[in-house]
Design a protein around this ligand. Structure first.
Ligand code: 16G
Length: 240
């Protein structure tokens, strides 16, 4: 199984072997992989080498450890296209998951200077501030902090926010969603967000800010979303 003469370090060969076994379904998602001791015996290498391979696979998000229970195969990451202006609900349905929402807060506030600039409204105007946790089946995937001008959506309610915001805008308000600009960056999860997302600190997250406009150019939302880096992969189609 291992080539000890190879220029490829032994711990990398063990990683490749385990990756292959996972890809072939020998170790299915959420299953326990052999213990460090078992792998040590299996490969005839030191425990430190095995530990290094496992730690790397955990860092890559292929495996996860549970204290006192062992090391398990992680679920495949969600592939999120960056091309279309889709909603969370649409994205989840498309992938065969049941979208879920937990409304954490819904209030009306005055925007800070950056937000009022992004929304193109005065800082005297009111915006709905919506904080929602979004789920795929029962797994928390992202937190969305959305800001929407009250003037545009005077009837926005807690009830509407339990479902799809985009469905409310398009079906109920009969407005046409046009285009958006997204900014994306990496960060470490804040304590509050790690709690919402059921991840242990330190944890990487991806922050996306979306500023979306209606087809007539009016900006209707600024959304600051925090995505689990262990559950998401972002894909874009690019041409030349
Ligand atoms: C997406 C959008 C968000 C939008 C939400 C509506 C990003 C970064 N965010 O998550 O801007 O408000 O979908 O989803 O992509 P809904 O219609 O399911 O409520």
């Amino acid at each position: 199984m291992l080539d000890k003469q190879s220029a490829i370090p032994i711990y990398v060969q063990i990683e490749d072997y385990l990756k292959e076994q996972i890809a072939q379904g020998v170790y299915p998602v959420k299953s326990l992989i052999p213990s460090e001791r078992e792998l040590t015996d299996m490969f005839g290498v030191s425990r430190m080498t095995v530990r290094q391979s496992l730690t790397n696979l955990v860092k890559d998000g292929l495996l996860y450890r549970e204290k006192g229970r062992g090391t398990f195969v992680a679920e495949e990451k969600m592939e999120q296209p960056l091309n279309g202006l889709t909603s969370f609900t649409e994205d989840m349905k498309e992938r065969g998951f049941v979208p879920g929402t937990k409304l954490i807060s819904f209030s009306q506030v005055h925007p800070d200077p950056q937000l009022s600039t992004r929304l193109g409204i005065s800082s005297e105007a009111l915006v709905h501030k919506v904080v929602r946790i979004r789920y795929a089946d029962d797994t928390p995937m992202a937190i969305e902090r959305s800001y929407l001008p009250v003037e545009l959506f005077p009837t926005l309610s807690e009830e509407a926010l339990q479902g799809s915001l985009y469905a409310f805008i398009e079906k109920q308000e009969k407005l046409v969603i046009g285009q958006a600009t997204q900014r994306m960056e990496a960060a470490l999860a804040k304590t509050e967000d790690a709690g919402y997302l059921h991840i242990s600190l330190p944890a990487a997250v991806v922050l996306i800010e979306r500023v979306s406009a209606l087809d007539d150019g009016r900006i209707f939302e600024v959304v600051r979303s925090t995505y689990r880096a262990d559950r998401y992969k972002f894909i874009s189609e690019i041409g030349r």
